[in-house]
Write a protein that binds this ligand. Structure first.
Ligand code: G3H
Ligand code: 13P
Ligand code: ZN
Length: 330
């Protein structure tokens, strides 16, 4: 058993309390490899932002659980070496079993999500409470989820949103003891969050998706005042990145994300954590495709992963400064 405290990580409790009081949100960026971790830490150190390094079960399978944990441990030292030790949380994204959460806690994670949102309500409560009881013994914070996002949530896919029922949130939070709650208000995972027929067009012909359900967010906030809320599926799918990818041989179609102004607005509410993965994937892919197309003789991985890492860093700096509002809060 390794405690996250021994390696300099923090849980989410204090940073969420500060985010709530300061009306901003903490970035939760997914990572699977060295370059993504470097870009996240470089951006957040430069912006002096706290950060949540997020690991999915797919990331654990891809990269190996031990290596990812050492990368996170390295991130703590790396941020100090870059000149400013920011608060770093190592968080399990969409944990689907007690055993997975327990294993992550034993490996040095400081925060876990137990996602029982697809289960009947009482089973979600029971599973989440079991994880909370174990996690809190180790001062690890726990995120639960109520409501189902449309699209693909790990291996489960749903055709339509099941919005969170505000009437359930107080009961869920008090029965489980969770530290934060992910809710469903119209965001979804991936780069195709809406079908074009669900959108309208603005004066320039750009597709505008239906707005997030701020009414549900506000109703949830009223039920659990001052309690940290989490938004998953919050990539904005920048069309300039999509265009670079498609100009250089990609085939992304009907990509539509959550407009940044809406996330900015959400970040000023009780939303304390905003999850962004797909936008990072797009930035990295755009960087790699650019080099592959424009410098076809290049075969040193550092020569295409390095520029891709720089594009990622630029994206993360923009998110922290202009969307989440967490710059200079570390
Ligand atoms: O919510 C899911 C995250 O984007 C992680 O995706 O399971 O493909 O690693 P993944
Ligand atoms: P995106 O696919 O919108 O980036 O969402 C990521 C996420 O919610 C990770 O849990
Ligand atoms: Zn998610």
């Amino acid at each position: 058993m390794l405690s996250y405290k021994e390696i300099g990580l923090v849980n989410s409790r204090d940073i969420f309390a500060k985010a709530m009081a300061g009306k901003y949100a903490i970035p939760a960026f997914n990572f699977n490899n060295l370059e993504q971790m470097q870009a996240i830490i470089q951006a957040c150190v430069e912006m002096k932002s706290p950060v949540i390094l997020q690991v999915s079960s797919g990331a654990r399978k891809y990269a190996n659980q031990t290596l990812l944990r050492y990368l996170a441990q390295g991130a703590v030292e790396y941020s100090k070496e870059l000149g400013y030790g920011i608060p770093i949380v190592l968080h399990l994204d969409h944990g689907d079993s007690f055993e997975l959460c327990q294993s992550c806690i034993e490996y040095g994670f400081s925060s876990v999500m137990i996602d029982g949102s697809h289960l009947p309500y009482d089973e979600n409560v029971a599973l989440t409470k079991k994880v909370v009881d174990y996690a809190h013994k180790h001062d690890v914070t726990v995120e639960g989820e109520l409501g189902v996002l449309a699209g693909v949530e790990d291996e489960v896919s749903a055709e339509h949103h099941t919005y969170t029922e505000p009437k359930d949130v107080q009961d869920f939070v008090s029965k489980t003891g969770v530290d934060s709650l992910a809710i469903s208000i119209g965001t979804s995972h991936g780069a195709n969050k809406f079908k074009p027929e669900q959108c309208t067009r603005d004066a320039n012909g750009v597709l505008v998706p239906p707005p997030l359900r701020f009414d549900i967010l506000e109703a949830c906030e009223k039920m659990i005042p001052g309690f940290p809320i989490v938004l998953h599926g919050s990539s904005s799918v920048p069309q300039d990145l999509v265009q670079i990818i498609n100009n250089y041989g990609g085939k992304l179609v009907d990509t539509i994300g959550i407009p940044e102004e809406q996330l900015r607005k959400a970040a000023t509410s009780a939303v304390c954590k905003i999850n962004i993965d797909s936008d990072g994937r797009l930035a990295m892919t755009a960087g790699i495709r650019d080099i592959m197309t424009n410098k076809p003789a290049e075969f040193d991985p550092r020569k295409y992963l390095g520029p891709a890492r720089d594009m990622l860093k630029t994206l993360y700096m923009h998110k922290v400064k202009n969307v989440l509002g967490s710059a200079f809060k570390a």
